[in-house]
Design a protein around this ligand. Sequence first.
Ligand code: ADE
Length: 247
Amino acid sequence: MILETLSVFPELFGPYMGASIMGRAQRSGVFSFEAHDLRDWTHDRHRTVDDAPFGGGQGMLMKPEPIFEALDDLCSRPPARPHVVFFSPCGERFCQRTAERLSRHERLLFVCGRYEGTDERVYSLADDVLSIGDYVLTGGELAALVVMDSVVRLLPGALGDEMSAVDESFSAAGLLEYAQYTRPASYRGMDVPEVLLSGDHARVDAWRRASAIERTARWRPDLIESADLTAEERARALELAERGEGD
Ligand code: ADE
């Protein structure tokens, strides 16, 4: 997969994209990454990318010309036209399903705005406009990093253990992930559930399923309705959610 960003702070991406799992995946050829500087598509001495809004108001907007020209240029480059993603708090809420959909593209280009907003006409260039949540960031770069991280870890070979992307929050049955523990078995008066020490895989699986349901009922009751549950599990989840309890 080819990942690219277009922003006025291209230097923000390197450290994160080159570290840990992202860095290893990049070095082993799972994906390539390039951060483009939007100012490379300006023509004035000051390399201007912003301007005041028509109609008045606070702050500056990203002007359309550098973004249009950058996308004309970048989209025509081989090997494939990129799927173009913009970021805005007004966009569609990003979720695991969208990460899975994006992970199937050969080339993704993330366009990150700054300032108080972007001239509306540039959104005509977007294949997706995404928000990473109901809060306002100073720019789209963090949103792009969030989306790229969640997409890369879905790519074959990105995680050492091929299974670990499957059996976790949101992927398995639409539930939050079950509680996990490592050594020591007893710490500061808190004991690891006995069943996890038992070596009985069937009991461990049943405990993990119940833990996932309880945590979802407690922390994300909104997920219960669409989760893949038996009638009995759903009734228990709804009862826990109503009581505001759970693990
Ligand atoms: N830009 C500013 N805030 C944002 C958000 N919440 N999601 C995506 N892009 C943004």
